[in-house]
Design a protein around this ligand. Structure first.
Ligand SMILES: C[S@@+](CC[C@H](N)C(=O)[O-])C[C@H]1O[C@@H](n2cnc3c(N)ncnc32)[C@H](O)[C@@H]1O
Length: 251
């Protein structure tokens, strides 16, 4: 099931980047890993599907230029309004489906590089969307889906972990979808260690910073907070942030 995220992202947009402000090393790592997988070169046509605020594009944008800007595609204008005011970014308000179905045309005939980080779980028809994207790629073009693994280790409450897992697409399934779309595909897992203060984390949970948390009522969130307090004592909590990197190359 793909849930409606309109309220979630419009509420979050103005403060989205703040949710990562306490983890600058993570943002730098993820921005670097995305660029290392995709290896963009100057002059290549790049798109970030579900770019949000563009927070993780700091490395990729170094290969962009005002005449070949990186296309930041996102269905929520409130998110795109936070993209840096820099001519190397060009925002396009559209969903992945709008782009894949050709409802919103892109300024590039073909694409060389497509990033899609923590967005694919919002897409209804993943296989169909990947097939369309593959047709939009130049030979040698690369696509990277970065997706949280279905079974998270996050210190959130059990019902949220379970609901997240139910809705999160299977990474191996997405790798197969890429192969079926005619790409050479591979799947790798990478993780980043996280240490957070329990009570600061509880505030993030109360702010419902993950879209799955926005599917719970305020009362359910408070019940969840009680559970987190029971499970973890005050002070630091350490866990791993684990991501699937599903990478495809067009032969
Ligand atoms: C978790 S955020 C990730 C944003 C950004 N890629 C990042 O890593 O910071 C998910 C993004 O997907 C966007 N989104 C939601 N539904 C989408 C859809 N159907 N197609 C493309 N993007 C979508 C949201 O607006 C949001 O910006």
């Amino acid at each position: 099931m793909v849930y409606d995220t309109t309220e979630h992202y419009n509420r979050l947009a103005g403060r989205y980047d703040e949710n990562w402000a306490h983890r600058p090393d993570y943002v730098a790592w993820m921005a670097g890993r995305t660029a290392e997988w995709l290896r963009p070169s100057p002059g290549e046509r790049m798109m970030d599907l579900g770019s949000g605020t563009g927070l993780f594009l700091r490395e990729m944008v170094k290969s962009a230029a005002p005449d070949t800007p990186i296309l930041c595609v996102d269905p929520f204008q409130s998110m795109l309004d936070q993209v840096p005011d820099d001519p190397r970014y060009r925002t396009i308000c559209a969903s992945a489906e709008d782009v894949a179905e050709g409802k919103v045309p892109l300024p590039y005939d073909k694409l060389d590089v497509i990033a899609c980080k923590e967005t694919i779980h919002h897409v209804r028809d993943i296989a169909g969307t990947l097939a369309s994207l593959a047709r939009m790629m130049n030979p040698g073009g690369r696509i990277l889906l970065v997706s949280l693994v279905p079974r998270l280790e996050y210190p959130i409450f059990q019902a949220a972990l379970d609901r997240f897992e139910e809705n999160q697409p299977n990474p191996e399934g997405m790798r197969r979808d890429m192969e079926a779309a005619g790409l050479r595909a591979e799947l790798a897992y990478e993780e980043w260690p996280v240490t957070v203060d329990r009570d600061e984390y509880i505030e993030l949970v109360r702010r419902q910073w993950m879209s799955v948390l926005s599917t719970f009522s305020k009362e359910e969130i408070e019940e969840g907070v009680k559970e987190i307090r029971q499970r973890y004592s005050a002070g630091s909590i350490s866990f791993k942030d684990r991501f699937a990197f599903v990478y495809g190359v067009k032969p």
